[in-house]
Design a protein around this ligand. Structure first.
Ligand SMILES: [Zn+2]
Ligand SMILES: [Zn+2]
Length: 215
């Protein structure tokens, strides 16, 4: 039990270390500057872009508040939000509105592919499955989360220790109380909310669903 706890703490530390570089995009202006290779919008450029909305009702006399709230946006994000506000808004949009439009824009951006995190494998050169099939192993993939292999789901085997099952399935009873036959079952992995690979897969799936819903 103590071993399992120690293992999960280690796994947690490793996961955080792996996730962290992507998990903190904005730490003040300086962090943003570095993250975007200096392509941060200046107040002058910001004002120029926002001025495209000057025909809308209730334009504020100063854009200082908007700048304060939105200065972390990239030029492309601001441009997309302003273009949409010009088409859809009657009144000059509040910072919160602009941010909502930017969120929409970000959601529809192509999700970057997972980078290749495989490395030459120096352990045993093949794995034998329970059905006798031999799988040669040449490279190993480095997962953010070893527990779920970055799928966001963990698989378990509910059954007897002696039963034939895939070697990667840990023994764990499911929540059903009644007597029942052996089976595999899945559970959401604790990494799911922070694992960048899981997030990318989810985002891609959501974009596909939205596209299908829209036509
Ligand atoms: Zn996981
Ligand atoms: Zn069960």
């Amino acid at each position: 039990m103590a071993d399992a706890a120690a293992h999960s703490v280690d796994a947690e530390v490793a996961r955080r270390a792996a996730v962290e570089p992507e998990a903190r995009p904005t730490e003040g202006r300086v962090g943003r500057l570095e993250a975007h290779g200096g392509r941060v919008v200046t107040f002058a450029a910001f004002t120029q872009t926002m001025d495209r909305l000057s025909g809308l009702k209730f334009k504020p006399s100063s854009l200082q508040t908007h700048w304060e709230a939105l200065s972390d946006l990239s030029a492309a994000e601001l441009d997309a939000a302003v273009a949409r506000a010009a088409r859809e808004c009657e009144e000059f949009p509040a910072p919160r509105m602009i941010r909502a439009l930017v969120d929409d824009y970000r959601r529809d951006q192509p999700v970057p592919e997972e980078e290749d995190r495989s490395a030459p494998w120096r352990g045993v050169s093949e794995i034998v499955l329970p059905n006798g099939v031999c799988l040669p192993v040449k490279r190993e993939w480095r997962y953010f989360c070893e527990e779920c292999s970055d799928t966001g789901m963990r698989s378990f085997w509910c059954g007897a220790k002696s039963s034939v099952r895939f070697p990667w399935l840990g023994l764990q009873r499911c929540s059903r109380r009644k007597e029942h036959g052996e089976h595999e079952w899945v559970d959401a992995c604790p990494c799911a909310d922070t694992n960048p690979d899981v997030q990318r897969k989810k985002q891609r799936a959501m974009q596909v669903t939205r596209k299908q819903a829209n036509g």
